[in-house]
Structures are given as C-alpha cells and as structure tokens.
Design a protein. Structure first.
Length: 357
C-alpha cells in the first residue's frame, strides 16, 4: 500500500488545469465504515444511517500538514450545512504508531475543534476498502450514495462547496444558502499569480526509512543506541545530521542524552516536524542559519525566551509548525532538545507563496 501526503505543489502539478476528480479510482458508491476500532463524536454510523444524506468522506491524519490546512473549510461546511443534510465522516488512518491510539486521536479531535463523526481506522481496514492512497482525500457522495467528486490533496474548496450546495438544493430547491466561502490567505496558492517552488521532500528521521547521513557504518549499520558526531563541515539538502547520544526506534530517533542536536538543510517556505515526548514535555531550541528564527519567519508553535532564543515546547505527539518563511529559500535548520526522551519522526515542507493580488 502506498501512503503519502499530497502536497500543494504536487496537487497543482498533477491536477492543473482542472480540479481533481480521480473518480475512476475511488469507489463509485459509498462503502461502509466497518472495521474502525473506535468512533469519536458519534455512535458507529451505518449506510442505513447515511441514507438520504449528502456525505463527505474525509481521509485524514492529525499529524499531516496538508490535512490540517483543510480543517477550516470542513468546520465551516459542517456548521453551514449539517442541518440541511450534509454529513462529514472523518476517517482517521494513522501514519505513526502513536497517532493511531484512540485516546490520542480523541485529544487531537478536541484540540483541533473537529465536531463531526470520526472513525479511528488504525488497522487500515477502511483505507484499503476505499482503495485510498493519500492524505488528505475528500470523497463527496450524493443522497443516493453515488460518487460526485473525489479530490486528493489540498485546494478546490470553492468548487467542492458549490457541489455540496447543488446536492442539497436538488432535494430542497427553496434552501437559502450563503455565498461560497472565500479562500483563506494560507490558500492563496489557488489563485492566479501564486507560485509554487521546488521543495525538500518529506523526510523521515527514524526507522529503516530514516535519512541519517552521519550514522556510524552508514544507514545499514546503524545500531539502536549510538553516539553521533557531526563534523559540521557540510550538510547536503534533505539529509539529517545528528550530534550526541540517540536511540533509533521503528519510526523515530529519540534523544538518549541531554546533548542532542539535529541539523538539516532544506529548501522551502514552511517546515513542520512531527515530534513526541517520551517521558514528559521537552523544550527544543530552534535555530535557522545559526541564529534564532526571525519572528517574521517563525511558525505558529515557535516561542521566544528572555534570552531571545526561539524554541518550541513539545508536550504531545503531533505536528509542530516551526518555520513559515516570508520568502522561499534554502536554509539550515537546527533543533537542540534540552533533555532526553524527545522522539523526532519526520519533517514536511511546503513552498507555495500567495498571490500578490
């Protein structure tokens, strides 16, 4: 099974000049949601429960940067149209072990203000049933359970909402519906004049897919617990360099001492990292190009202490927004965990700049 985040740039490259449909690959009629290990915000929903409803199936993952950017639209649609017959069903199929635990999904649902039904698909049963390949992926079904639209990745929000309105009005032509929601500033890449630049690929840190360039003996020879030495002379783009004592787990590199450092050169606008504390919250000092992250380039999770250092408090397993550069470019990112027990799983990047108009 191929599992991937579908980035903005990839969506625009694959789907231009029209909105994504991929309807020939998605199920043409809605399928059931049996096989999830838990439901949040709802009892288990059956096809009988959904009969006569317009249903939007949303495959997502709470650590997925692209999935998080779809949530403001889903929140708006749920508030606007739930009383008129729209049901959103979130299918949460996890990428990481910790993000498949029902208690962690429930905490994320609460933190992210997700009010619609979510089925926890930890065993990939629903993912496989729907032949899904990407997060995020929205499938819109009409009142007869027939597929109307299948959209992989971000974007196309006005078109999707217009189709929702059309399906609702087909059953009740007298409905008075609001104007379609305008694109948020973060999504101005969908407007004429916006640009998407090349970006560093999603990079995994631990496990067999980890990109640790300075592992003793190379990647194949990496032992579970290792003292890493970073010469600091060269850091090619997209490679992870470690300093200090780290433990390699199935999906993450975990600081095993108090002197850890991670260095990575990247090219992008935005940088998000999936991290999890193993034994209580961990403060992580973050620098860009050897200096505190400029406030104008800081991601939403960056804070500043009295000494002017930029840092992030990692208190739960989730995606942390570290960098949001004003302009695209190549930079060196460094993370300095202040204590042992920090698991770093991956880095994801975005490189679309808003339309100037």
């Amino acid at each position: 099974m191929v599992r991937a985040l579908l980035t903005i740039a990839a969506v625009l490259a694959l789907l231009a000049p029209t909105a994504a449909t991929a309807a020939n690959e998605a199920p043409q009629h809605i399928l059931d949601f049996n096989g999830g290990i838990d439901w949040i915000n709802s009892k288990p929903l059956t096809l009988q429960d959904l009969r006569g409803k317009v249903v939007l199936v949303d495959f997502w993952e709470y650590t997925c940067i692209n999935c998080l950017r779809t949530l403001p639209y889903l929140r708006t649609w749920e508030k606007r149209y739930a009383d008129d017959g729209l049901v959103i069903v979130g299918v949460h199929t996890n990428e990481f072990g910790f993000s498949g635990k029902p208690q962690n999904v429930a905490a994320a649902v609460k933190r992210l203000d997700v009010s619609w039904p979510v089925v926890v698909d930890t065993n990939d049963v629903i993912w496989n049933r729907y032949h899904n390949n990407f997060w995020p992926h929205e499938l819109l079904y009409d009142r007869n359970g027939k597929l109307v639209e299948s959209f992989e990745g971000e974007g196309g929000y006005p078109q999707t909402e217009a189709k929702i309105q059309s399906l609702l009005k087909a059953a009740n032509p007298s409905l008075q519906l609001p104007p379609v929601m305008q694109l948020l500033p973060q999504d101005s890449y969908d407007k004429p004049g916006a640009r998407c630049y090349p970006e560093t690929a999603e990079t995994f840190v631990g496990g067999e897919h980890g990109h640790i360039a300075n592992a003793p003996g190379g990647l194949a020879g990496r032992s579970p617990e290792t003292q890493y030495v970073d010469s600091g002379t060269s850091h090619p783009d997209g490679q992870i360099y470690l300093q200090g004592y780290w433990r390699n787990t199935q999906q993450a590199m975990v600081t095993a001492g108090n002197d850890g450092r991670l260095t990575m050169t990247y090219h992008a606008v935005q940088v998000v990292s999936v991290m999890q504390p193993q034994q209580g919250p961990v403060t992580v000092i973050v620098t860009q190009d050897g200096k505190p992250v400029p406030k104008e380039d800081a991601g939403s999770d960056i804070k500043y202490n009295a000494q002017g250092q930029s840092y992030v408090d990692v208190d739960a397993g989730r995606a942390y927004d570290l960098i949001m550069n004003k302009q695209w470019g190549t930079h060196e990112l460094q993370l300095f965990p202040q204590r042992y027990g920090l698991g770093i799983y991956s880095f994801a990047f975005e490189s679309c700049e808003a339309s100037p108009g």
